[in-house]
Write a protein that binds this ligand. Structure first.
Ligand SMILES: Nc1ncnc2c1ncn2[C@@H]1O[C@H](COP(=O)(O)OP(=O)(O)OP(=O)(O)O)[C@@H](O)[C@H]1O
Ligand SMILES: [Mg+2]
Length: 527
C-alpha cells in the first residue's frame, strides 16, 4: 500500500511553487499570477500519482443542494466524529438534535477494499457581483476525494456507489418523520398552500407496546419485513411495490395505535387522508402523486368516508343556516359555494387510487383502511390484492393484557393474573378500557390496587353484559309471541275471507263450512 505522505517529496517542489505564488500574490500582476497557478496545478497533476474528484455543494441552474453532497456529508458523519480535529455542529431540520460534521478545510481518511482514500471538506470564498457599497461574498463548498490512480476503477465503479447508498441510508435513519394531512383544495392555489400540511411524527407506539396476541403480532411484523425487503421481488412479479392492510374491529381496540407502530417500525412518513374534503377523483390522484415513497397512506373509518353524499348534505344544511352571516361578501359566498359542491369521489376513483397505474409512482408504499364495521364495506374495495391483509383488532385477551400490565405497571406476573385471565375469557373489554383501568390515578395507587380496580371493572362489564343479554332474550321472547299472535290472527282472517268468497260463489259444501267455522271458533274469531 502506498501512503500519500511518502509521496509528498515528489509533489513538494510543485507545492513550493504554489506557496511562492501565494506569498508574492500581491507583487505579481494578476494575469501572470493566474498563469503561474494554472501551470503549477497542471504540473502537479502530471507528477502526482493521485486522482481527485470534486463534489460541489450546489449544482444546476437553480442552485439546488446536491443530493450527492448531502449523501457524502452523511456518510462522513461517523468518520468525522472519530477522525477530524475540527468539527461543525448543526441542528437537524425540524429537530433539536445535533449532528456533527467535518469543518471547512478538514481531512479524514477512509479505507475501502484495501484502498486508502482521503476526503477533504473545502470552501472557496469569492467576491460576489454587488452594487452595494458593502462587498458581498459568496461561499462555495465542496468535498474532494483523493485516491491513488491504481484504484481508479474500484473507486469510480464501486466505492462512490457504496458512499451514496450508505449516506442515503444514514439520512433515512436520521430524518425526522412527518405526519401529513391533506389541505382543502380551494386553498391549494388561492393561498399558495401545498396539498399536504405536516407536523413532526412523534407517536411513541411500537410493536413491543402494542397489546395483541403474540402470534398475530409476529405475523404482521414478518409481513412488513418481507415487504420492505421486497423491491426485487415486486419487480420480478411485475407488481407495484405497495401493500394494503385493512384494520377492523370495535372502537378502542388499537387500530390507530397499530398504524403508529407500523410507521415507527418501517421508519415511514404517514399521510392521513381525510377523504371527505377531497372533491373528486382527479383531486384524489393529485394528492397521491404528491406523496413520497416510504410512506403509509391512511384512510380512517373508510365506511364513513365513502358515504360522502351524507356528509355533504349535512354540510349544506349547516351552510344554509349560516347563509345570513355571509350575505354581501362575494369571496365568502364563492368559498361556500365551492365547499358545498357535491363530492364526486367515487368507489371506482378510490379503487384507482389504490391499485391504478398512478399508485405505482414512487413505490414502497403502504395503504391502510380502518373501519369499525367491516361488513358495511363494498367487497370490491377490500378484496385480496387491494387490501392484501385483513387484520382483526379484537377485544383484550390475556396475552394482550400482559403487555398492557407490563407497559403500565411494570408487572410481568402477579397472583391476581389468574382471576383476570378467567374473567377476560368471558368478558369483552377493549384494550383501551383495560389500559384506562390499569393506569394509576394517584401516587397512592400500587400495581395491586390497579389490578383490583380492573377486576371490579371487568365484573361490572360482565354484569352489564348479563343484564343486557337477559333483556335481549326477554325482548326476543316477547317479539316471538307477538309474531305468533299476529300470524294466528292473519290465518283466521284468511279463513273467514275464503268462507265469504265461497258463500258468494255458492260453491262450498256444508261439511267444509262447518269445519272452518269450528276452526275459527278455536282461534277466537267470530263472524
Ligand atoms: N392494542 C392496544 N395496545 C396498546 N394500547 C392500546 C391498544 N388498543 C387501544 N390502546 C390504547 O387505547 C387508546 C385508543 O386506541 P386507538 O385509538 O388505537 O383505538 P382505535 O381502534 O383506533 O379506535 P377507533 O375505532 O375509535 O378509532 C390508545 O391511545 C392506546 O393507549
Ligand atoms: Mg382510531
Amino acid at each position: 500500500m502506498i501512503r500519500r505522505d511518502l509521496l509528498m517529496p515528489l509533489s513538494s517542489s510543485v507545492g513550493g511553487l504554489m506557496i511562492i505564488a501565494t506569498l508574492f500574490r500581491n507583487h505579481i500582476p494578476l494575469h501572470l499570477r493566474n498563469l503561474l497557478e494554472k501551470y503549477t496545478r497542471k504540473l502537479f497533476r502530471l507528477l502526482s500519482p493521485y486522482i481527485q474528484i470534486t463534489f460541489p455543494e450546489h449544482t444546476g441552474e437553480r442552485l439546488k443542494k446536491s443530493d450527492v453532497y448531502t449523501a457524502i456529508q452523511n456518510y462522513l458523519i461517523k468518520k468525522a466524529t472519530t477522525g477530524a480535529k475540527k468539527l461543525k455542529a448543526d441542528t437537524l431540520k425540524d429537530n433539536q438534535s445535533l449532528i456533527l460534521s467535518m469543518d471547512d478545510n478538514e481531512e479524514v481518511t477512509d479505507e475501502f477494499q484495501g484502498a486508502n482514500l482521503w476526503w477533504s471538506s473545502n470552501k472557496i470564498v469569492s467576491r460576489g457581483m454587488s452594487l452595494s457599497i458593502y462587498p458581498s461574498t459568496e461561499e462555495k463548498r465542496f468535498y474532494r476525494l483523493t485516491f491513488h490512480k491504481r484504484h481508479r476503477d474500484l473507486i469510480t465503479d464501486t466505492y462512490i456507489k457504496h458512499v451514496m447508498n450508505d449516506g442515503k441510508a444514514i439520512a433515512l435513519k436520521n430524518r425526522q418523520r412527518k405526519l401529513f394531512t391533506n389541505n382543502p383544495s380551494h386553498n391549494w392555489y388561492r393561498y399558495k398552500s401545498t396539498k399536504w400540511s405536516h407536523v413532526v411524527f412523534e407517536h411513541p407506539a411500537t410493536f413491543d407496546t402494542l397489546a395483541m396476541e403474540p402470534k398475530k403480532k409476529q405475523e404482521i411484523v414478518s409481513d412488513l419485513e418481507k415487504f420492505s425487503e421486497g423491491k426485487e421481488y415486486y419487480k420480478k412479479i411485475g407488481k407495484a411495490w405497495k401493500r394494503g392492510y385493512l384494520l377492523y374491529g370495535p372502537p378502542g381496540t388499537g387500530k390507530s395505535t397499530m398504524i403508529a407502530a407500523m410507521a415507527n417500525f418501517m421508519n415511514y412518513d404517514v399521510y392521513d387522508l381525510e377523504l371527505t374534503t377531497v372533491k373528486d377523483n382527479s383531486e384524489l390522484r393529485r394528492l397521491l402523486i404528491d406523496t413520497s415513497s416510504k410512506s403509509i397512506i391512511v384512510i380512517e373509518d373508510i365506511d364513513c368516508s365513502l358515504d360522502l353524499t351524507g356528509q355533504r348534505k349535512k354540510a349544506k344544511k349547516k351552510d344554509d343556516d349560516e347563509n345570513e352571516e355571509g350575505k354581501g361578501d362575494p369571496t365568502k359566498k364563492m368559498k361556500k359555494e365551492e365547499e358545498t359542491k357535491e363530492s364526486k369521489v367515487t368507489l371506482s376513483g378510490l379503487l384507482n387510487f389504490i391499485d391504478g397505474i398512478w399508485s405505482a409512482c414512487g413505490g414502497e408504499r403502504i395503504i391502510i383502511f380502518t373501519t369499525n364495521f367491516v361488513d358495511k364495506l363494498d367487497p370490491a374495495l377490500i378484496r385480496k390484492g387491494r387490501m392484501d391483509k385483513h387484520i382483526e383488532m379484537s377485544y383484550c385477551c390475556f396475552e394482550a393484557f400482559k403487555v398492557l400490565a407490563n407497559n403500565y405497571l411494570d408487572v410481568e406476573s402477579h397472583p391476581l393474573f389468574g382471576t383476570i385471565e378467567a374473567m377476560l375469557k368471558e368478558t369483552n373489554m377493549t384494550p383501551a378500557d383495560v389500559a384506562e383501568n390499569l393506569m394509576p390515578k394517584s401516587s397512592m395507587e400500587t400495581p395491586d390496587t390497579c389490578l383490583r380496580s380492573l377486576i371490579e371493572a371487568l365484573e361490572e362489564v360482565k354484569e352489564e353484559a348479563a343484564r343486557k343479554k337477559a333483556e335481549e332474550e326477554e325482548e326476543a321472547k316477547k317479539k316471538a309471541e307477538e309474531e305468533e299472535e299476529a300470524k294466528k290472527k292473519a290465518e283466521a282472517k284468511d279463513a273467514a275471507k275464503s268462507i265469504e268468497e265461497a258463500k258468494e260463489n255458492g260453491v262450498g259444501a256444508n261439511g267444509k263450512l262447518e269445519e272452518e267455522k269450528v276452526n275459527m271458533k278455536e282461534n277466537g274469531v267470530t263472524n
